[in-house]
Every structure is written in structure tokens, then in C-alpha cells.
Ligand binder design. Structure first.
Ligand code: GLN
Length: 201
């Protein structure tokens, strides 16, 4: 059994809960820091990244979230969640939680294409993955340790750095649960590795 939380400070939470469902997964809505303690994985939903950051600070989540990532527990950020994870945000002086070696540009599609839906090939996840983009960011640069999982029009829209997974779009707003189930599998594998390590020490 794995326990996965969805950070519920702001944004679409229930949709993630639905997409994460699996027989061996308990999904919890996270509103307090102490709930992080027994989680095996965590999702940062979409919404508005500056508001989300303000709430992270207000409810003292900043350090506990960094500790969570340092413990190598998987985190999946979508859209604003991806922005929270980036080391650097274009035109801004600092990133927020600075977990993933990537530069992101907010609202990168401009007004003409604020929202649209498409299908993408996502490495490890599958072909024709349904993707909803809403005032989405783009990943403009990634470090050597970051794996590009998907591109759209030649630009990076999904990436993975070890246990950290991020995408510009909203897979939770479709019935296609493959991206979330890929994350659930990452959490299972990470938990197995952690359990094995505990058994040895
Ligand atoms: N544009 C938003 C931001 O910068 C992200 C949009 C979203 O999460 N759908 O935070």
C-alpha cells in the first residue's frame, strides 16, 4: 500500500485524487504540515503559482516540502505545481521551492492560446496522452540530470529529475489517467527501495 497526498492549499485537488486512484493507493488531501509525515508521494496541483507560494509560506510548508523532496520521496507538479518546483523562473529573480534543475517561463503561450487541448507522446507514459493546457508554463532549459519526457511544438512540456516529475499541462482534467498512474508506479518503486534499505540497515 502506498499513501499519496495532494497539496490542497489552492487549485484543482479532487481531479488529482480521482486520477491517482489505484487499488493499492490511499490518496489524502493535505492541508496541514503534519500530514506530510507518513506520505510516500505528493502532488502539487495547478492553480496560480504566486498565490500558492504565498500559502506555502503562510502555512509553514516551505521547509517541510523541501525536506520531503530531500528524502527522495516522489513529487509530481502540474502547471503551477511545476512552476513551484523549478530552480529558476524566467524574468523573476528566484524560484520558489527550487527542487528541479530547470528554467520555466510562466504563461508562455500568450493570450492567443491561453487554453487548448492536444495529445502528446510522453516518454514512459504512452502515445496520444490527453493534455489540457491552461495559461501554461513552458520549460525553457533543463540541466543534464533532467530527463525530457514530452515536447509540444519543439518546446519542453514534461520532465523528470530522479523522483521529481513535472508537466506544464493538466492530465487530471481528462479521463486519461496514464500520467498519474505512471507517478503512482514511481511512488511504489521508491517505497520498495526505501523499505529494502531499511531492511538492510
Ligand atoms: N499561469 C499560472 C501561474 O503562473 C499557472 C496556470 C495553471 O496552473 N493552470 O501560476
Amino acid at each position: 500500500m502506498v499513501k499519496i497526498g495532494v497539496l490542497a492549499l489552492q487549485g484543482a485537488v479532487q481531479e488529482h485524487v480521482k486520477s491517482l486512484k489505484a487499488p493499492d493507493a490511499e490518496i489524502v488531501i493535505v492541508k496541514r504540515v503534519d500530514q506530510l509525515d507518513d506520505l510516500d508521494g505528493l502532488v502539487f496541483p495547478g492553480g496560480e503559482s504566486t498565490t500558492m507560494r504565498r500559502l506555502v509560506d503562510k502555512y509553514d510548508f516551505f521547509e517541510p516540502l523541501q525536506t520531503f523532496a530531500q528524502a527522495k520521496k516522489p513529487i509530481f507538479g502540474t502547471c503551477a505545481g511545476l512552476i513551484l518546483m523549478a530552480n529558476h523562473i524566467v524574468h523573476e529573480t528566484t524560484g520558489h521551492l527550487q527542487m528541479v534543475n530547470m528554467d520555466v517561463e510562466r504563461n508562455a503561450f500568450g493570450r492567443q492560446r491561453e487554453s487548448f487541448e492536444t495529445q502528446l507522446s510522453v516518454k514512459g507514459v504512452g502515445e496520444d496522452v490527453e493534455a489540457v493546457f491552461i495559461r501554461a508554463p513552458l520549460i525553457k532549459n533543463v540541466g543534464e540530470d533532467v530527463d525530457v519526457l514530452a515536447t509540444y511544438d519543439g518546446e519542453i512540456v514534461a520532465a523528470c529529475q530522479g523522483h521529481l516529475l513535472a508537466c506544464s499541462f493538466h492530465p487530471e482534467l481528462t479521463d486519461d489517467t496514464r500520467f498519474h498512474q505512471y507517478f503512482v508506479q514511481m511512488v511504489r518503486e521508491s517505497k520498495e527501495t526505501a523499505d529494502d534499505t531499511m531492511a538492510v540497515t
